[in-house]
Design a protein around this ligand. Structure first.
Ligand code: IPT
Length: 979
């Protein structure tokens, strides 16, 4: 080792940063290889570094790479980190568009440039040994010096770079200097839909390479499902003999390059992530390896693993943390994966770059099918009609290939990876085809995915995003439209390929709706092998208001001049990694055991691809009006994968109210991802129907000056609206058709929100035509219509009463030119804010909508108005409880009202009005009012997934048609008459 900084460039000569705008990859790094740990010494360089941020490259401190540069006045910044998350500069979000002029390979002069310095000590035991300096991820481009000597330049943010430091490293004090530029030519290849967050966001370390050390290895561990034999072949790159030890397989000390054929090996699958631990051993180091035997193949147009087709229940996963940006702590990665396993997710697409290497270790260990995607997206060229797109420009070919090499070489030893993906949304071109060709040569054991190759000229699976169910059905039948400009042979090739949806079910805000329609197609058509929800996580950034209330920021919140708003908030989990209702729905839709009960028996279908149901027990509970009555276990022999089994339902005691039998398939023992008793699947069977509730009737309405007294109700005589119920002041109920639009209502080419608002559904006026007192009824006629427009609805409210309750029948007759759909048809009313406890018997416990109601089950639930709100980062319609037989809203003393469905209604209650919810942009904009506002609906429009993808499917669209519904209201507490 030498310490002479012999090639220091103290000044910044013109062109010294030419690499920045050079489409070529970085330089100076060692050839890419797999990530591994070793017993060889390693100096982690994570922790606080000295940091200076300059607004341009030119303004960055000159000579800072010199060991004796004085950085005492600089800030400290943790590595790994995204520097805008630590108060330096600001995060910025765009989806498709580049936040700078599209003029490849040039980047803005305003190019935030971070200078980093780290002093570290090398022990004298390192004397005379080789070492490498490793960066796991730097966004987007960096130049690296050790002790003043330049090592090279890094590009490819989510890919590792290693430099030999044999010459530059010395025993004793060393100074590492890194200059990181936010923008570089590489930024044109990194236009993924996420925050722009520069920084050294993954670990940095110096790793000692002893004389007898391993450079690289490629594990080939195949499984022959016919013979149950595993074949292990490891290609090792080393300048010394390497031995292999896998005790469990009886491989004690053998040359590592032998081929081992092992009988009765246990295969690796996402359902049975069996790993064999071993070691590669040289005289100077031991490298732990984990082997999973499995074979991926496309057979007869289906993607198979170990001889069986697999069904993907997947999610797209970005790397994001609300406090740390791209520097996601390992604990959060683990949390993500455990949460996925607990929600029946079995596959991950690493959208749209190779994830942190530790993530893939966890996938091997916990069991996921992984599509590992290269760090590549040039989506912004879409706005230029793909002109000048790098994907077909030879100048960019080395960068494309470099990125793919580094992806495959880094990750090639993970059994969880079953497909390589070339990238995302980069259109098509020769550079992508070249990536595919190289990959096929290097690793023939994994098929290639890239959605942008729509004609499937260089990929192995047909992949699409956001195709509608009807299109997926055509694809399932292999009857999809021919791609224009391809010959018959290419067309036939695509038609013979397996199909996946690499993105579907856009989980933005409230939704996605309509997932079960996709699942049915995946189950029905062998060609359809499932898909990946877009996406796992809301990329919100945690912020606080001046008075300390937490909210999550999205595009535009940091003053970005160009941004895509809350399009980055489209995950199945909220930014703090708590499940949204969409995740619960997805869990139910994809459950791997499907149970259906009827006529005294239960059919149990095993939808796993490999395992039996032996890891599950089947628990049943009988509830009468939501109260547990009896429970037990069903005796179910292990049902094989793809098999079904019918069992008799237990003999049940008689009940005297609406009763449901719930059967749950739960884990019999602890699994690495959930405890014994964790519910995997469930079903409900109705065993006793509901008796119709008696309608309150018999009382006569009494006119008293300006009000009408009718049973427990007092009405406003002029409007015919209820003002008091028993001891409670109320307002309404009256017709309501509006909801605070969801992201999906706002999305698509002809957003429904536009129609609704344009037709004034958000500001309907109510004109009372007449209020008629009958012998035992009060009838109110109104016309409800928007200002300025000619259409409207005639609404008849027909009230009846007894001593404690009121019955209301509402008849809605829309007349004139209405929009095609309306958000809801129901009633809105208002009660005092103290009425904030809720109990109901209906579908719960969470929210549900017509096309997203699989996750809810009939039961009796207790909650509060506050807990009924779903904290969508961008406030919108939420919190609806459906199938409500009855709901009680009460205050602390039990004063309140009971709403009875005839037979069921939807109920939502919140502390703010729909108008407040509509106007809010962040959760902290929602402030409690003096009332609780209650919606009671006969019907709701579905959710759909129009934010990206198909809108509400016809079956779930709410049409403004003649509608009649009934509901009862009783005053609480029910006064027990004395005597
Ligand atoms: C698709 C992108 O692949 C994904 O990264 C994300 O942006 C998603 O859309 C929307 O959230 S591309 C879409 C224009 C089809």
């Amino acid at each position: 080792m030498t310490s002479t900084p012999d090639d220091v460039s103290a000044g910044r000569a013109a062109g010294a940063t030419g690499y920045l705008e050079d489409p070529a990859p970085g330089y100076g790094a060692l050839p890419p290889r797999c990530t591994f740990t070793s017993t060889a010494a390693r100096l982690p360089l994570d922790g606080d570094w000295r940091f200076h941020l300059a607004p341009t490259v030119g303004a960055a401190p000159a000579g800072f790479q010199l060991p004796d540069y004085d950085d005492a006045g600089w800030d400290l910044l943790p590595v790994p980190s995204s520097w805008p998350m630590h108060g330096h500069g600001r995060p910025a979000y765009t989806n498709v568009v580049y936040p700078f002029p599209v003029d490849p390979p040039y980047v803005p002069t305003d190019n935030p440039t971070g200078s980093f310095r780290r002093v570290f000590d090398v022990p004298d035991t390192w004397q005379d040994t080789d070492a490498v300096l490793r960066f796991d991820g730097v966004d987007s481009c960096a130049r690296v010096w050790l002790n003043g000597r330049e090592l090279g330049v890094i590009k490819g943010s989510r890919l590792p770079s290693e430099f030999s430091v044999r010459e530059a490293l010395k025993v004793g004090e060393n100074v590492l200097a890194v200059e990181v530029h936010q923008w570089s030519a590489g930024s044109y290849l990194e236009d993924q839909d996420m925050w722009w967050l520069p920084g050294i966001f993954r670990s940095v370390a110096v790793v000692r390479r002893p004389p007898a050390s391993i450079t690289d290895f490629f594990v080939h561990a195949d499984f022959d499902h016919l013979s149950c034999q595993g074949t292990l072949r490891i290609e090792v790159q080393a300048d010394c003999p390497v031995r292999l030890v896998i005790d469990e397989l009886g491989i004690t000390d053998r040359p590592a390059d032998e081929v081992f054929v092992i009988d009765d090996v246990e295969p690796w699958t996402a359902e049975t992530p069996r790993l064999y631990d071993g070691e590669l051993v040289t005289d100077d180091e031991r490298v732990p390896i984990r082997i999973g035997f499995r074979t991926v193949a496309i057979v007869d147009g289906q993607l198979t693993v170990n001889g069986r087709p697999i069904l993907i229940r997947g999610v797209n996963r970005h790397e994001h943390h609300p406090d740390f940006g791209r520097a996601v702590p390992t604990e959060a990665m683990r949390e993500d994966l455990l949460l996925m396993k607990r929600h029946n997710v079995n596959a991950i697409r690493t959208s749209h770059y190779p994830p942190h290497p530790a993530m893939l270790d966890l996938c091997d260990e916990l069991g996921f099918w992984v599509i590992d995607e290269c760090d590549l997206e040039t989506h912004g060229f879409h706005l230029l009609d793909w002109k000048r797109n790098p994907s077909d420009d030879p100048v960019w070919a080395p960068a494309y290939l470099d990125r793919m090499h580094r992806t495959v070489e880094r990750d090639k030893n993970h059994p969880s990876i079953v497909l390589w993906s070339l990238g995302n949304e980069s259109h098509t071109g020769a550079n992508l085809a070249a990536m595919a060709n190289w990959t096929r040569d290097r690793d023939s054991s994994r098929p290639i995915h890239y959605e942008g190759d729509a004609a499937c000229e260089y990929v192995d699976v047909y992949s699409r995003m956001y195709a509608s169910p009807s299109e997926v059905e055509l694809i399932g039948k292999r009857e999809e439209e021919q791609h224009p400009n391809v010959d018959a042979a290419t067309d036939a090739k695509r038609r013979s390929m397996p199909f996946i949806l690499c993105e579907y079910g856009h989980a933005m805000g409230n939704g996605p709706g309509g997932l079960s329609e996709y699942q049915e197609l995946f189950e029905r058509y062998p060609r359809c092998q499932g898909g990946f929800i877009w996406e796992w996580l809301d990329h919100g950034i945690r912020q606080h208001t001046a008075d300390g209330r937490e909210f999550f920021a999205y595009g535009g919140d940091f003053g970005e001049p160009i941004h895509d708003g809350n399009f980055v908030i489209d995950g199945l989990v909220f930014p703090n990694r708590t499940p949204s209702p969409g995740l619960l729905e997805f869990k139910k839709v994809i459950e791997p055991v499907v149970m259906n009960g009827a006529d005294g028996s239960l059919v149990i279908e095993n939808h796993y691809d490999f395992v039996t149901t032996a890891h599950l027990i089947f628990r049943w509970t009988l509830e009468s009006e939501g109260e547990p009555v009896a429970d037990g276990l069903l005796a179910v022999p292990p049902v094989g994968a793809g098999q079904r089994h019918e069992v008799a339902l237990p003999k049940l005691p008689r009940t005297d109210a609406e009763s449901w039998l719930t059967v749950q398939a739960v884990l019999v023992a602890d699994e690495p991802w959930a405890a014994a008793g964790h519910e995997v699947a469930w079903t409900q069977v109705q065993v006793r129907r509901r008796d119709p509730e008696p309608t309150p009737t018999g009382r006569r309405p009494q006119l008293r000056s300006d009000h009408i007294v009718f049973g427990p109700g007092v009405f406003d005589a002029a409007r015919g609206e209820l003002r008091r119920l028993g001891g409670l002041e109320v307002s309404g109920p009256r017709l309501d058709l509006w909801r605070a639009p969801t992201d999906n209502d706002r999305g698509g080419e002809h957003p429904e929100e536009g129609w609704w608002r344009g037709n004034g559904l958000h500001r309907l006026q109510h004109r009372t035509i007449d209020v008629k007192l009958g012998r035992t009824e009060l009838v109110v006629h109104t016309r409800v219509a928007p200002p300025a427009l000619g259409f409207g609805a005639y609404v008849t409210y027909r009230w009846q009463a007894n001593e404690t309750g009121l019955a209301l029948t509402v008849q809605v007759e829309p007349r004139g030119q209405w929009p095609d759909s309306v958000p809801r048809i129901g009633l809105r009313m208002r009660v005092p804010s103290t009425v904030d406890s809720v109990e109901f018997f209906g579908l719960g416990p969470g929210e549900s909508y017509p096309d997203s109601d699989r996750a809810v089950r009939v039961g009796r639930y207790q909650s509060t108005v506050d807990a009924w709100q779903t904290p969508y980062v961008f406030p919108q319609e939420n919190g609806n409880r459906s199938g409500v037989r009855w709901a009680q809203l009460t205050d602390a003393d039990g004063l309140g009202l009971r709403i009875g469905g005839q037979p069921t209604v939807n109920v939502a209650a919140r502390r703010w009005t729909t108008e407040d919810l509509d106007a809010a942009r962040h959760t902290t904009d929602l402030v409690a009012s003096d009332h609780v506002h209650v919606n009671i609906d006969a019907a709701l429009h579905g959710l759909g997934t129009a934010a990206c993808g198909p809108g509400v499917l016809p079956a779930y669209q709410l049409r403004p048609v003649d509608t009649t519904f009934a509901v009862t209201f009783s005053a609480l507490p029910v006064e027990i008459e004395e005597g």
